[in-house]
Design a protein around this ligand. Sequence first.
Ligand code: SAH
Ligand code: SF4
Ligand code: F3S
Length: 439
Amino acid sequence: MADTKKLFIKTYGCQMNVYDSERMAEAMGGAGYEATETPEDADMILLNTCHIREKAAEKVYSELGRMKALKTDRPNLKIGVAGCVAQAEGAEIMRRQPGVDLVVGPQAYHRLPEMEKAIRAGKKALDTDFPEEDKFEKLKSRPKAKRAPAAFLTVQEGCDKFCAFCVVPYTRGAEVSRPVDRVLTEARDLVERGVREITLLGQNVNAYHGAGESGSKTLADLIWELDKIDGLERIRFTTSHPNDMQDDLIEAHGTCSKLMPYLHLPVQSGSDKILKRMNRSHTAESYLRLIERIREARPDILLSGDFIVGFPEETEEDFQATIDLIKEVRYGQAYSFKYSTRPGTPAAERPLVDDAAANDRLQRLQGLLTEQQRDIQNSMVGREVSVLLERAGRDAGQMVGKSEYLHSVHLDAAGHQIGDVVRVKVIESKTNSLKGELL
Ligand code: SAH
Ligand code: SF4
Ligand code: F3S
C-alpha cells in the first residue's frame, strides 16, 4: 500500500499494557498503520504509560521531550500518550508537553482510529472516558498472522480493592470481567495462530467472575474451559490477590495438568500493622496458611511476590516481620519496591519513613530475595523440566524457552521448532537462566 504509515509504540508498566499495546497496534493496522521498531521513521509515536510509581510516571515526560525533538525533521509526526499516565493526568500532559497530539486512557483506546483522523486534521484529541461499550468487542478484527507461542489474554480489568498506596483503581477503574465465551473465542483464535501458552491477565485476575452459560464463572471454571482447547498446552494467570484465592482455584493447581506450577501472589508486607494500614485485608498469618494450602495441592509450585518497603510508619520491627515472612515462604521470583507517594491515594497524606532507612531496607530485602531466587534456581539442576521453545538462541541449533516454573532455559534443540514443548534435563544454573539438554 502506497500510503501505509508507520506506528512506533513504546510500552511501560505491567503485562496488561503489553497486551493493550498489541491491541492498539491491531486497531491502527485497520487505519493504515504498520508497526515499526524505530521511532525515527514513525509517522506516529504512542507511549503506553505506567503510573504505578513516581519514577515510572516521570520517565514519560523525559521520553516525550526526546520524541518531540523528532518533530523538527518530521513535521507530520504525531505523538500520543496512552495508558495509566494518560488516564491519571489527562489534559495536563498536553499542557506540560505541547508536542503531544493525543491522550487516550486504557478504557478508550478502541477509539484510536477516530482520534487519529482528528489529529491528522490538525486538532488535539483527548479521551479518558470509561465508556459503556466493550472495547474488546470493538477490537475484534485481529489479523490472522502467525504469532509467538506465548501470549497474554486480558480477562479481567480494573480493581475494587483500593490498597492505600495504589493508583490502579483510579487509572483502570472498577473491576470488570469479560464473558467466558469471548475469552474462549479469543483463546481459540490465538491457538490457531500458533500460540501454545496463554497467560490470563487481570489486575485482580483471581477475582474473575465472567458471565458463562449458567451464571457467573470463576477463574478456575474458565481455566477448565481453556483446558479443553486442543493445541493449547499451558495456562498461566497473573496477578492474584490473596483474598480471592478460592478453593476451586487452589484445587486446579493440583489437578489441571495444563495449569503451570507458578503463582504470583503479592503480599506487600509481613507486618499486620502495615497490612492493615495498606488496606490489604489479609494478615501475615492468613497469607502463610494460604501458601500452605497451595503447596499441599501442588508441592512443587514456584511462588512469586511483590513487596513494598518504607510504607508510611513502617518501623524496623515491621520490616523484620516482612523478612521473617519471606524466610518462611521462600520465593522463586519477586518484585520489590520502595514506597512511592501517589497523588490522590489515601496513603499520600501520611508521614514518610526516612529515605535512607527505606533505601537500606530495600537493599536488605532484595539481598534475601535474590539469594532465595538463586537457591531455588540452583536446585533445578539435575531435574527434568518441560520447555516451551520460544525463540532461537545465539548459536546455531540453540533455542531458548521457558520451563513450567518460568525459568528461561537454553538448550541445543536441533530438529525442533519454535512452539514445541520438549522434555529437558537441567544441567547448569546461570545468573538468570538455566542450561539444559534434550531428553
Ligand atoms: N494488582 C496487583 C499488582 C498491582 S501493581 C496486586 O494487587 O498485587 C504492582 C505492584 O506495584 C504492587 O503489587 C506493589 O507491590 C507495587 N506498587 C503499587 N503501588 C505502589 C506504590 N505507590 N509504591 C511502591 N510500589 C507500589
Ligand atoms: Fe492496586 Fe491493591 Fe488493586 Fe493490586 S489489589 S491493583 S495493589 S489496589
Ligand atoms: Fe502501571 Fe497501569 Fe499496569 S499503573 S502497572 S500500567 S495497570
